[in-house]
Design a protein around this ligand. Structure first.
Ligand SMILES: [Zn+2]
Length: 422
């Protein structure tokens, strides 16, 4: 079956060339207008500046101990600091912070008991020095209590928490294989009401590049620190309808001990079709006129066969895992992803999902991201038929995105490396 078919009445039928997912777009079932804030806006309370949620940086002690941060010293100097201790947290302003997720998908116990995973020497050393500082100990005790209370573990309400509980819980608080990168801003600098959220698209291209490169390096570190990690998923849920617990920009990086059925199928297929991703990604998109922008080593286009209207960004270099890409190649990927977010708008709930070649494969698999617009809700029709109704077809996604990109480019809000197509 062809990936894209337009029927005489205007219905568009899509079949994903990679996953086989069937999607129909029916005329007259258009989505609500994109990028409008939900409901009424409320003025921001200046007293809550930088402390709107637990990911806001003025509330750093409410997150698990930080693994690393990105700081911006002056216009052109960016640095990464690792293992900033509890007494030094306020010495620099973190533009991005990496820390373990307090409630991970796969727990430390899962990895330890199923695979014999042990914390890395770096994480053990951080735990020892953190526990030795009073502020660190207090932070760990509070977090241990939250985790114990969540699973109703006996002793969670003891005052103070038993030494053995702090010791046990704190191992997982440092050795988590599910991590979060939170950006500095919750709202735009100078925001006055709660509609002015700081999203991926409102970062500067340089900030977005730092964010992307930081995620690539966190992914690499999870593979290196855990020999039982077969895959490290990187994703970003933006806004509650897309699964985010906070409307504060963050990415998640999660090690898992399986590749997943879809990646295993693709691995078999790419052995006989080494150009699988180029052929059915940018190649097919170009044939169908779906490409919206390019950088020297990456391409962005409206995706085909996704359950939600989607944009995809593919790097054109298939021969290495993401952490072996050159700096400019990461920038090319990041600039396009940033432009796609900016064109989508901060009020559209989105999932950004990365796909990459895990280190156990020696197969041509480029780094790519799918940005899904969560503008519709799946219902019984989809559940019963496995045919998904997607309210916006790929050409309409292209037209909407291209129009927004032209406007953003004219205002200098996307990278000058981004070359618009169509
Ligand atoms: Zn926040």
């Amino acid at each position: 079956m062809k990936p894209l078919t337009r029927l005489p009445d205007g219905t568009v039928k899509q079949v994903s060339p990679l996953t086989g997912t069937q999607v129909w777009t029916l005329p007259g079932r258009a989505a609500r207008p994109l990028d409008a804030p939900e409901g009424a806006t409320r003025p921001l309370d200046p007293a809550l500046h930088d402390r709107h949620c637990a990911f806001c940086w003025a509330r750093m002690l409410e997150t698990t101990p930080e693994i690393a941060r990105v700081v911006h010293d002056d216009l052109h100097t960016w640095r990464r600091l690792r293992a900033v201790g509890p007494e030094s947290l306020w010495s620099t302003t973190p533009e991005f912070r990496l820390f373990p997720n307090l409630f991970e998908i796969l727990s430390y116990d899962y990895w330890h008991l199923s695979h014999g995973f042990e914390p890395t020497p770096e994480s053990q050393a951080r735990r020892t020095s953190y526990l030795a500082e009073p502020a660190g100990r207090a932070q760990l005790e509070a977090l241990a209590r939250i985790r114990m209370r969540a699973r109703n573990a006996p002793g969670w309400d003891a005052e103070p928490l038993a030494e053995s509980d702090v010791d046990r819980e704190s191992v997982g608080l440092f050795a988590g294989n599910h991590q979060v990168i939170a950006a500095r801003r919750h709202y735009l600098d100078g925001a006055t009401d709660d509609s002015q959220l700081a999203s991926s698209g409102t970062l500067t291209p340089e900030e977005h590049c730092q964010y992307t490169a930081f995620a690539v390096s966190a992914m690499h570190d999870l593979y290196r620190g855990n020999p039982h990690a077969r895959y490290v998923a990187v994703f970003q849920n933006w806004l509650r309808p897309a699964g985010a617990s906070f409307d504060h920009l963050h990415k998640q990086i999660v090690a898992i001990d399986e590749l997943g059925a879809q990646l295993e199928r693709e691995a078999v297929r790419v052995q006989s079709e080494p150009d699988l991703y180029a052929r059915w990604g940018a190649g097919y998109a170009a044939e169908q006129g779906l490409v919206v922008a390019r950088t020297p080593t990456a391409v962005a286009f409206a995706g085909v066969g996704h359950r939600y209207p989607s944009l995809e960004v593919h790097t054109t270099r298939p021969d290495c895992p993401p952490w072996q890409l050159e700096g400019d190649e990461v920038r090319d990927f990041s600039d396009l992803l940033h432009a796609c977010h900016a064109a989508t708008g901060a009020h559209v709930p989105t999932n950004e999902e990365w796909h990459h070649r895990p280190p156990s494969f020696d197969l041509p698999m480029p780094l790519r991201a799918v940005l899904k617009w969560r503008v519709s809700t799946l219902a019984g029709f989809e559940g019963g038929t496995k045919i998904y109704v997607n309210t916006i077809d790929p050409w309409t996604v292209r037209d909407h995105t291209s129009g927004r990109l032209r406007e953003l480019a004219s205002r200098g809000l996307i990278s000058a490396r981004v070359q618009l197509v169509s």
